[in-house]
Design a protein around this ligand. Structure first.
Ligand code: PLP
Length: 378
């Protein structure tokens, strides 16, 4: 059975070079990094090597990197940790309406604990309005959390501008960069980013490992009680093979970013151009220029996104609708509702995300099948 993958924003296959790098850490170099004999020290060395690889990739110091279990945990640790540690200064947080649930639900949970959260609107392409962001800042604002790039529509925010405003006003700036790391060159110093979350499985690393950068000098509280690991900010024996894999995956991604971006963008644009030319009654979600290289999100009006995903699956194609299915009800994408305010567009969105293993033949197969499905089921 054919299987063609267009869901690289959901997760990526682990690069074979990364798998090979990880393998010894399962059963040869298996020591606990907290143990003080040589086997333990060797694991500790491997973790700190990976910490340096990650720090180099985003231009920070290795001491500013904390390992976690995933992007969601990094967002929780950053937002809850920063909010609670800085509560004496204020209780107001600014975020946007199109954040990932790892951010939105963390903010909702903080609201229950007495924090006040402003959820900024976005324009039709998914951009936060910088004037509105500035207007939302109050004397008690302690944290701005705006994602680097959106997971559904791929829109890349003006992170430099947001960082500049936050730094000027002495407000901590966290950015959920789970979709950006590995796809966009990131420089936390240049962009005035105080805190940034990432997840290895989005850049050809393993699942179950994430990292959080927090600029030294920024206070944040641990969210989990236990041992002294990660400078007492994140207790729990480290996932050594995962961390080794994450470090190597990010250094590969950064070394290969230009060539991969060029190829992936070409394939993505080929798909979009072909669909514009050959399929009527469509709507392209998100910005066409400031967008993740591998993201295309197109609403095929008249066909539910979830139905399209099902029909494509029958033809061996993996894609995503962005809509969440809860209790048997298919809810239209809240991100596309926020950008278009149109439930027909939101419920007919199809997200295809392209990666380094896709080919031109894959794109042709995708376009042919979408044309056929649209003809038969619209
Ligand atoms: N933030 C964004 C923008 C994401 O796309 C995702 C995952 O899709 C996450 C956070 C959560 O990452 P993880 O799956 O590693 O918990």
């Amino acid at each position: 059975m054919i299987m063609i993958y267009f869901d690289y924003a959901a997760t990526t296959p682990v690069d074979t070079r990364v798998v090979n790098k990880m393998l010894p850490y399962f059963n040869k170099e298996f020591g606990n990094p907290s143990s003080i004999y040589d086997l333990g020290k060797s694991s500790k060395y491997a973790i700190n090597f990976a910490r340096k690889e990650i720090a180099d990739a985003i231009n920070c110091y290795p001491e500013e990197i904390y390992f976690t279990s995933c992007g969601s945990e990094s967002d929780n640790l950053a937002i809850k940790g920063i909010a609670k540690a800085n509560r004496v200064k204020g209780n107001h947080i600014i975020t946007s309406k199109i954040e990932h649930p790892a951010v939105i639900n963390t903010c909702k949970s903080l609201e229950k604990e007495g924090f006040e959260v402003t959820y900024l609107d976005v324009d039709k392409n998914g951009f936060v309005n910088i004037n509105e962001l500035e207007k939302a800042i109050k004397n008690n604002t302690i944290l701005i959390s705006i994602m680097y790039a959106n997971n559904e529509i791929g829109t890349v925010q003006d992170v430099d501008k947001i960082g500049e405003i936050a730094r000027k006003r002495n407000i901590i700036f966290h950015t959920d960069s789970v979709q950006a790391v590995g796809n966009i060159r990131i420089d936390v110093r240049k962009s005035n980013i105080d805190s940034l979350s990432m997840s290895a499985h989005k850049f050809y690393g393993p699942k179950g490992v994430g990292a959080l950068y927090v600029r030294s000098g920024v206070n944040f509280n641990r969210q989990q009680d236990g041992g002294h690991q990660e400078k007492e900010k994140r207790s729990g024996t480290e996932n050594v093979p995962g961390i080794v894999g994450m470090g190597y995956a990010i250094s590969l991604a950064n070394n290969e970013i230009e060539s991969h971006t060029e190829k992936i963008k070409y394939l993505r644009d080929l798909y979009i151009k072909s669909i514009i030319n050959e399929v009527p009654n469509i709507y392209i979600n998100g910005s066409l220029d400031k967008r993740l290289p591998g993201n295309a999100n197109i609403s095929y009006l008249g066909i539910k996104g979830a139905k399209m995903v099902e029909l494509l699956n029958e033809r061996g194609i993996c894609a995503s609708s962005g809509s969440a299915c809860s209790a048997g009800l298919i809810k239209p994408s809240n991100v596309i509702l926020a950008t278009t305010k149109n439930s027909n567009i939101a419920s007919s969105a199809l997200r295809t995300t392209f990666g380094k293993y896709n080919t031109i033949d894959d794109i042709n197969y995708l376009v042919e099948n979408i044309k056929d499905i649209v003809k038969k089921y619209r």
